[in-house]
Design a protein around this ligand. Structure first.
Ligand code: IPM
Ligand code: MG
Length: 367
C-alpha cells in the first residue's frame, strides 16, 4: 500500500476546526486500507507569526517542498491587523504558492440539488451548476514588480502594483484549462480585459494560439467584467473559465456564492509535472477564509476542507475512485438533510462542524 507524505497547515480562525474533520476522514481512509498517510503538521499565517515572527517558517517551507501534498486551512484575522506587511498572515500562503510553483488553481463550483435554495440566486438558475474556474496563481498583479508605495518629493505618496504576464505563463495555464475541459463539458471561456490591458491583449493572443492544439474544445473569449455579470445572470452557460490571478480571485468568490455558501468550495493548486517523475507539487485549500467571527464555536462548515482532501486524492495520489466516493459521501450527507449553519436556511436546525464531519464519514462507511 502506498504511503503519501501529507503536510497539514490548519492556520488561523476556523482553519483548525475544519482541518480536524479532514483528519477524521483520513483516519477512516486508513482504516479501510485504501492508503496510508505520513502526516506532518505545522503552523502558517497568524499562528506562525505568533510563534516565529513570520507567516511561515523556513522549516515548514522545507516540509512543504518535500510533501506529496499540502492541505491548507485558512489564514488571517483581526488579531494580526497591525503586523508588518511582509509578515501578514496572507504572506505565508502567497509564499507557498510562489515557491512551490503552484501556477494552476482549480476552483470547481458545484451546486448540489439539496442546496439550490441556499444560493442567493433562484433555484432554476443554479440547480445542477458545475463549472470550474482555472485561475493563474503565481503571476499577474499579485507578484509583479515593482510593487511598492513611494513618497514623492511633494510629500504625496504613490502606490504601484504591476500586472505582468509572459507568453509561457499564459500558455501553460491555458493548456491546463483545455485539458480539464476535455474531461468535462468541452468548453473554455477565457476571461480578460484586452479592451483596456496589454496583458489582456497578450492573454487573448496566446490562448487563441494554444487552442490550435485543442480544436475539439470550444473556446470563447469573454471580457472579465461581462464574465462576472454572466456568472450571476446565467451561470450554467459556463464549463471551464480560465483567467489571470486577480480576475480569478474575484470571479471565484462570485462562483462560490452561487453554490449556496462559501463553505462549500474546495480548491487545488498545482505545479508543473516533474519531467522525470511526473509528480507535481500541490496544495489544497478551501476557497473560504478564516471566518474569525465564528472561529472556535464549532459552527464552521467543513465541506470545503473535506472536498479539498477529495481533490488531493484525485490530483496528487491517483485515487480518483476514492475521491468520487468521498464526494458522493458529501452529497449524500447533504441529501440526508445534515446542514451546518451557513447552509441551513433561516430558522432551520443546524449541526456542528464535528457532526457534519461525522455524517460524511458515516456516509462513506455506508456508501
Ligand atoms: C484566495 C484568497 C487569497 C488570494 C488571499 C487570502 C491572499 O482570497 O485564495 O482567493 O487573494 O488569493
Ligand atoms: Mg479570494
Amino acid at each position: 500500500m502506498a504511503t503519501f507524505k501529507l503536510l497539514l497547515l490548519p492556520g488561523d480562525g476556523i482553519g483548525p476546526e475544519v482541518m480536524a474533520e479532514v483528519e477524521t476522514v483520513i483516519s477512516h481512509l486508513e482504516r479501510t486500507g485504501l492508503a496510508s498517510f505520513a502526516i506532518e503538521r505545522d503552523l502558517v499565517g497568524g499562528a506562525a507569526y505568533d510563534a516565529h515572527g513570520k507567516a511561515i517558517s523556513e522549516e515548514a517551507m522545507r516540509t512543504a517542498q518535500a510533501a506529496d501534498a499540502v492541505l491548507f486551512g485558512a489564514v488571517g484575522g483581526p488579531k494580526w491587523a497591525g503586523v508588518p506587511y511582509d509578515a501578514r498572515p496572507e504572506a505565508g500562503l502567497l509564499r507557498l504558492r510562489k515557491e512551490l510553483g503552484l501556477f494552476a488553481n482549480l476552483r470547481p463550483a458545484i451546486c448540489y440539488p439539496a442546496l439550490a435554495d441556499a444560493s442567493a440566486l433562484k433555484r432554476e438558475l443554479v440547480e445542477g451548476l458545475d463549472l470550474m474556474i482555472v485561475r493563474e496563481l503565481t503571476g499577474g498583479v499579485y507578484f509583479g514588480e515593482p510593487k511598492e508605495i513611494v513618497t514623492l518629493e511633494t510629500g504625496e505618496k504613490r502606490a504601484v502594483d504591476t500586472q505582468l504576464y509572459t507568453t509561457g505563463e499564459i500558455d501553460r495555464i491555458a493548456r491546463v484549462a483545455f485539458d480539464l475541459a476535455r474531461a468535462r463539458g468541452n468548453k473554455v471561456s477565457s476571461a480578460e480585459k484586452h479592451n483596456v490591458m496589454k496583458t489582456g491583449v497578450l492573454w487573448k493572443e496566446v490562448v487563441t494560439k494554444v487552442h490550435a492544439d485543442y480544436q475539439d474544445v470550444a473556446l470563447e473569449h469573454i471580457l472579465a467584467d461581462n464574465c462576472a455579470m454572466q456568472l450571476v445572470r446565467a451561470p450554467k452557460q459556463f464549463d471551464v473559465i480560465v483567467c489571470d490571478n486577480l480576475f480569478g480571485d474575484i470571479l471565484s468568490d462570485v462562483a462560490a456564492m452561487l453554490t449556496g455558501s462559501l463553505g462549500m468550495l474546495p480548491s487545488a493548486s498545482l505545479g508543473a509535472p516533474d519531467p522525470e517523475t511526473g509528480k507535481r507539487k500541490s496544495l489544497y485549500e478551501p476557497v473560504h477564509g478564516s471566518a474569525p467571527d465564528i472561529a472556535g464555536q464549532g459552527l464552521a462548515n467543513p465541506i470545503a476542507m473535506i472536498g479539498s482532501l477529495a481533490m488531493a486524492l484525485r490530483y496528487s495520489f491517483g485515487l480518483g475512485e476514492a475521491a468520487d466516493r468521498l464526494e458522493a459521501a458529501i452529497k449524500s450527507a447533504l441529501a440526508g438533510g445534515v446542514r451546518t449553519r451557513d447552509i441551513a436556511g433561516p430558522g432551520a436546525n443546524a449541526v456542528s462542524t464535528k457532526d457534519m464531519g461525522a455524517a460524511i464519514v458515516r456516509a462513506l462507511e455506508n456508501g
